[in-house]
Design a protein around this ligand. Structure first.
Ligand code: AMP
Ligand code: ZN
Length: 468
């Protein structure tokens, strides 16, 4: 498997630190609002990378944080007259709902910056101890950028060309030695959340949060660090400086960055006001369509969002789901159980599309070509199956299609069917509860189903249900 590494600006063979395991960190959103579809791009593409590595047999430890202390969160809290924590908790919960609807798997750990302050104080102290950081008079702690030899190696910037990070809060305290130095810890302002520290009551800079959370949950050396391309500089450059100055070891082996999602060929961003939230798109489309749309381009390419492309994604996805549907109905209506020798040949032939899919994904997660292979498999199945097909062939082809789609995080079952399954599961759970004389739970389940518009009827043949 090859991945494009921003560090080397080359596609490199992926070799994990530990055989069979992948330690991966993906920078998560700052939670002060509903996420927009640009924020959803890294979630979807790196979730797909994770799924593909799992498909290949790797055990993936996937860590993705929530930045829950930040100027924008504080500003929003002040506007609403509530605590910053209330804002961040609210939007973490909303973000998790969106992730679920986008079929983004929960991370192995979703750490919160505010719960990792102790580790940040430790790392900052260690950096001061090694001479890589210093407190200024007002208690701000700065990283001594020029002291870290490799500074600029990720963004391929020359130190002299650099300017202080645009996402850094400008601290006017005196005592900053060099304009390139960036903030590790900053003093509190009136009304802001703060923590005690040896330098001042205050809060961490944004970059130190990720260095600390990656170290705590994955270790000093990790395989993959990922995020949107706007994070290359200064965020990831600064993370490298902090982590490597502290540990003396290379921090992440592979740095992966997704391209931007644009709208009308302009960068989609909250500050420009030209964005759609995932929620808004979810009102118009099944969010699988959004996922499919995102994966129809290579993750490193810029991608322009438009209604036309979403419609194209919708009909493409429909073609795949229809293909899966017809295989399923062929398998349930099939006369012959086992494959004929001729069908075995057809089955073997379908392996070519798996190879194509894998070759595409092995080439820096080329989901666009991966999807093309899935389309070819659908077409092949349509051509080579029919009413005379055996159950075995229809099932196997369905399984193959569902598996490849599963790597993309695309579910080929129809939504109603998922719902039916859920109903059946709840009914079974209710029956079990009744058997155990847990009538409270049984009633609760009846209530849950009623809320979903499902009426239960206890008959002699068992429980029947219908939609109200
Ligand atoms: P933020 O909440 O701004 O820190 O962003 C969270 C993640 O979303 C980061 O990895 C960003 O790089 C990414 N991101 C933000 N806007 C876009 C966009 N328009 N297209 C792609 N990725 C984006
Ligand atoms: Zn980060």
């Amino acid at each position: 498997m090859k991945v494009y590494n921003t560090l080397s600006r080359k596609k490199e063979e992926f070799v994990p630190l530990e055989e069979g395991k992948v330690k991966m960190y993906v920078c998560g959103p700052t939670v002060y609002n509903l996420i927009h579809i640009g924020n959803a791009r890294p979630m979807i593409v790196f979730d797909t990378a994770r799924r593909y590595m799992e498909y290949k047999g790797y055990e993936v430890e996937y860590v993705s944080n929530f930045t829950d202390v930040d100027d924008k969160i504080i500003k929003k809290a002040m506007e609403e007259g509530v605590s910053a924590q209330e804002i961040s908790q609210r939007y973490i919960a909303e973000c998790k709902k969106d992730m679920e609807a986008l079929n983004v798997k929960p991370a192995t750990v979703h750490p919160l910056a505010t719960e990792e302050i102790g580790g940040m104080l430790d790392m900052i102290s260690a950096l001061i101890g090694k001479g890589y950081a210093y407190p200024a008079k007002d208690g701000t702690v700065y990283f001594r950028t020029r002291k870290f030899e490799g500074y600029g190696k990720l963004s391929h910037k020359n130190l002299d060309d650099l300017q202080a990070g645009h996402r850094e809060i400008q601290v006017t305290g005196d005592g900053k030695e060099d304009p390139l130095d960036f903030v590790l810890w900053k003093p509190k302002k009136e009304g802001e959340p703060y923590w005690e520290s040896p330098w001042c009551d205050g809060r961490p800079g944004w970059h130190i949060e990720c260095s600390v959370m990656a170290k705590k949950y994955l270790g000093e050396e990790i395989d993959i660090h990922a995020g949107g391309e706007d994070l290359i500089f200064p965020h990831h450059e600064n993370e490298i400086a902090q982590s490597e100055a502290c540990s003396g070891k290379p921090f992440a082996r592979y740095w992966l960055h997704n391209g931007f999602l644009n709208i009308d060929n302009r960068k989609m961003s909250k500050s420009e006001g030209n964005f759609f939230t995932v929620r808004e798109i979810g009102e118009k489309y099944d969010l699988q369509v959004l996922r499919f749309f995102m994966l129809s381009a290579h993750y490193r390419s810029p991608l322009n969002f438009s209604g036309e492309l979403m419609e194209a994604a919708k009909s493409g996805l429909e073609r795949i789901v229809n293909g899966a549907d017809s295989l399923r109905s062929l398998s349930s209506g099939a006369n012959a159980a086992a494959m004929s020798p001729q069908e075995e040949e057809i089955w073997r032939g379908s392996g070519a599309f798996v190879e194509k899919f894998e070759a595409a994904m092995d080439d820096d997660f080329n989901t666009a070509d991966g999807i093309a292979a899935v389309f070819e498999l659908v077409k092949y199945a349509n051509i080579h199956t029919g009413v005379a097909s055996s159950k075995e062939l229809a099932e196997k082809l369905y399984g193959r299609l569902a598996e490849l789609c599963g790597v993309l995080g695309i579910c080929v079952e129809r939504k109603e069917e998922i719902l039916d399954e859920e109903i059946e599961r709840l009914i079974a759970e209710r029956q079990a509860a009744r058997k155990e004389k847990n009538f409270a739970r049984a009633d609760e389940i009846r209530g849950i189903l009623l809320e979903k518009g499902i009426l239960l009827e206890d008959t002699r043949e068992g429980v029947k249900w219908k939609k109200a």
